[in-house]
Design a protein around this ligand. Sequence first.
Ligand code: AMP
Length: 114
Amino acid sequence: MLAENIFLKIINRQLPAKIIYEDDLCLAFHDINPQAPVHVLIIPRKEIRTHSDITEEDKLLLGHLHLVAAKLARQLGIDNGYRIIINCKEGAGQTVPHLHFHLLGGRIMGWPPG
Ligand code: AMP
């Protein structure tokens, strides 16, 4: 079972977070347990539990999240090399049941990922 959706609490300002960007569709904030010098989470305001739950209706939203990720990567100075990760469901390491992009950079990334 995935845990409680704490990201909704961040969206609703019931839980503090280091928010670095927000608009009418999404927000971005620093991960509380960074796995790289830059580790930002980008989340839609819309409640989507997992990547597997996206629908045709979400096409524009998903494109928007990617544009925000690219913009933030430039602003954060990591656009010489960054990685975007979406963990989908427990088997891939998803712990928060709200779709999110991990934007990681500032160090050399290994491959294959763990
Ligand atoms: P995932 O394991 O892909 O679901 O990613 C969830 C991420 O959320 C992890 O990298 C956590 O460190 C991060 N996280 C959990 N709680 C918070 C929080 N309150 N503020 C910021 N990041 C969080």
